[in-house]
Design a protein around this ligand. Structure first.
Ligand code: ADP
Ligand code: MG
Length: 242
């Protein structure tokens, strides 16, 4: 299996933000990870990417046990992620921000710069290469997060609400970008509240609620599953027409 996480628990004191979650992902698929706010999706991503150490459980990626490996080890093996709250180096240019990712595989500055320019081209940010990151609006920042992750040349990309805060037109463009990323052979797990994004992109959906996987399967079936609808009661299941 390309990625397999088994029985992942992440506890903060007595509270289990992730409470025995499993996921397995095949190479080159797009898996949608959904669930109401506070369900534990970001914490689960933190565990997958090595940004948090699971309390228990195992994570295997490309036949290696990464359960307690550092974020750097994850990145080197080919796992990259975006953060729900973009981690941007505000005073650096867009190009320099992407180079931070590119240095992982290109220690020489000119190589890192070449790689970064390619990624900026691919993500539609080339015209902003010299702009300070702080001058970017929401769509630009979201794209920059994705660009920096892609610059590490991942085989698996974890997108944590990378499309949140975009207008419907921007969401459509971002969906096209995610498809283009998949066409490069990259596997994607996407956390997203906009159901149309999951319905149009994901081949499979996994639903989190209170740290547990409560449903999985074809996105359309999962979204209509009564257990899922009830998990979202009192929460916002965002539906937009695109
Ligand atoms: P989601 O991404 O699905 O909205 P999160 O993973 O961000 O959910 O959060 C899941 C739960 O874990 C929330 O109740 C949140 O308050 C809690 N939580 C997340 N990180 C921490 C932490 N570092 N310490 C204590 N509680 C946390
Ligand atoms: Mg989150």
């Amino acid at each position: 299996m390309f990625l397999e996480a088994k029985d992942i628990v992440k506890a903060f004191g007595a509270f289990r933000a992730v409470d025995g979650a499993d996921i397995s992902v095949a190479e080159n698929e797009i898996v949608g990870l959904i669930g109401p706010n506070g369900a534990g999706k970001s914490t689960f991503f933190n565990c997958l990417a090595g940004d948090a150490e699971p309390t228990s459980g195992t994570i295997r990626f490309l036949d290696q046990d990464l359960t307690r490996a550092t974020p750097e080890a994850h990145a080197r093996l080919g796992m990259a992620r975006t953060f729900q709250v973009p981690v941007t180096f505000e005073d650096m240019t867009v190009l320099q921000n992407v180079m931070v990712g590119a240095f992982l595989r290109h220690p020489h500055r000119t190589d890192a710069q070449d790689k970064s320019r390619q990624v900026l081209e691919f993500t539609g940010l080339a015209h902003l290469a010299g702009s300070p990151a702080r001058s970017l609006g929401t769509p630009g920042r979201k794209r920059l997060e994705i660009a920096r992750a892609l610059a590490t040349e991942p085989r698996l990309l974890l997108l944590d609400e990378a499309l949140a805060g975009l207008t419907p037109a921007e969401v459509r463009l971002a969906i096209d970008l995610v498809r283009k990323i998949q066409q490069q052979g990259i596997t994607i797990i996407i956390v997203e509240h906009i159901m149309e994004v999951i319905l149009s992109l994901a081949e499979r959906a996994v639903v989190f609620h209170q740290g547990k996987v409560i449903a999985k399967g074809a996105p359309r079936a999962v979204v209509d599953d009564p257990a899922v609808v009830s998990a979202y009661l009192g929460h916002h299941m965002k539906r937009v027409r695109m």
